[in-house]
Design a protein around this ligand. Structure first.
Ligand code: CA
Length: 405
């Protein structure tokens, strides 16, 4: 539809709502407000109008003000106490020189609207050219209890500094691009990073675009507190019963818990087995030869589990060559000997743990710097000076699916 047509026919706009569910109560926490237009007996979504960069912000603000009025009127009329998520373009406040958006909300507050139930979803923050004034307005709104969401994360490049400046309460991540387990490790990496960022900011994660069980499970596994998508509830012209999915949430999350538990148990089992194996085999190795040779002998007792093995001291200085296992070949790579690995994530912490508890540690999955493949590392305290590091081969992980979790 022509943008001008839409602006001309503001009277044909209807507010619609998509429920957002909460992981802790299993109930509807609130609704995102979405605009639709009656056009020759058909309801047309206004999504493309709002995402069209050639449409002036003034047009969009006009339409959004209208959608917000209709939605809030209906919200008040229904005496709702859940949250209402309103979409606001990142450039709106700068373009809205008369502060119409702000004033409209304040007028509704006088009519009895509890502003702490209003959540502002900031769209297109990456295209915003006025982050300072945006952040200023949002902070003002936050003093009334209004919450702030950064919308549309996961679809493009986001500027961390900008996100931090806006001090959001919620990060909203789109899972539409996530179709199956084969989705690139880049996507997983980005979600992992957004999850850490949320944690640092003290913000919650809202996952949107949930259309499959796989995405629902993924959202739960990645610490999503709030969920939205057609799988759970489609866009609707009316508000729904708050507890409509309680049974489903209970059932599905119970399954997620079972799966998680099995995977974590498999990890514990492997850690335990590796501890025993390494400890038993290490005892058998004669210590009257150079450390390189001792490690070489140990490596050969470990079969196909590892592709790289070496020893460091507690400061992270590598004391041996890398013993490398490729197919049926064992070889020594001397280039890493003497290098320092103390800068690696968790290195110091893990060494202290090994020293204290006298037990080996299995790392989380990560991407190997050299091969780019997903691996895990098992580390083990050989004695009070030497720590063994063994990179588990991707083939072994593939054969033990639980470990690829
Ligand atoms: Ca939105």
């Amino acid at each position: 539809m022509d943008p001008l047509d839409i602006v001309m026919h503001g009277d044909r706009i209807e507010p619609h709502f998509q429920a957002i569910f909460s992981a802790d109560s299993h109930e509807i926490l609130g609704y995102e407000v979405l605009g639709k237009l009656q056009d020759r007996g058909q309801l047309v979504s206004l999504g493309s109008f709002f995402h069209d960069l050639s449409v002036p912000d003034d047009f969009k603000i006009e339409i959004d003000l209208q959608i917000q009025r209709l939605a809030i009127d209906y919200y008040l009329e229904q005496q709702m106490d859940q949250h209402l998520f309103l979409n606001v373009g990142a450039n709106y406040f700068a373009a809205d020189t008369d502060d119409r958006l702000l004033n409209q909300l304040l007028e509704y507050q006088e009519k009895g609207l509890d502003l702490s139930k209003i959540v502002i979803e900031i769209m297109g923050h990456e295209a915003s050219n006025n982050t300072d004034s945006l952040s200023h307005t949002l902070k003002y709104l936050q003093t009334f209890g209004v919450k702030v969401v950064i919308d549309e994360l996961g679809t493009g490049i986001s500027n961390v500094e900008e996100i931090m400046l806006l001090e959001p309460d919620i990060l909203k991540v789109d899972l539409e691009a996530l179709q199956s387990e084969s989705t690139s490790t880049n996507f997983n990496g980005m979600i992992h990073y957004l999850s850490m960022l949320a944690h640092k900011l003290g913000a919650e994660l809202l996952f949107n675009g949930i259309t499959s069980n796989y995405q629902f499970h993924y959202a739960w596994r990645h610490n999503g507190r709030y969920y939205q998508g057609d799988l759970l509830s489609e866009v609707s012209p009316v508000f729904l019963e708050k507890g409509m999915l309680k049974d489903r949430f209970r059932h599905d999350i119970q399954q997620f818990i079972e799966i998680e538990r099995n995977k974590v148990q498999a990890k514990f089992k492997l850690t335990h087995r590796l501890n025993e194996q390494v400890s038993d085999n290490w005892k058998e190795i004669k210590k009257n030869k150079p450390l390189d040779e001792q490690i070489d002998s140990l490596a050969k007792t470990m079969g196909d589990i590892f592709f790289r093995m070496y020893v460091t001291d507690e400061d992270g200085f590598q004391q041996t060559v890398n013993v490398v296992h490729e197919k049926t070949d064992w070889s020594w790579d001397t280039s890493a000997k003497g290098k320092n690995w103390s800068w690696r994530p968790y290195f110091i912490e893990n060494v202290i743990r090994m020293k204290q508890e006298q037990i080996g540690i299995l790392s989380d999955l990560y991407n190997d710097i050299d091969t780019g493949e997903r691996i895990r590392t098992f580390s083990y305290p050989l004695d009070e000076h030497y720590y063994l590091f063994m990179d588990i081969s991707p083939m072994y992980l593939d054969a033990n699916e639980d470990l690829l979790w």
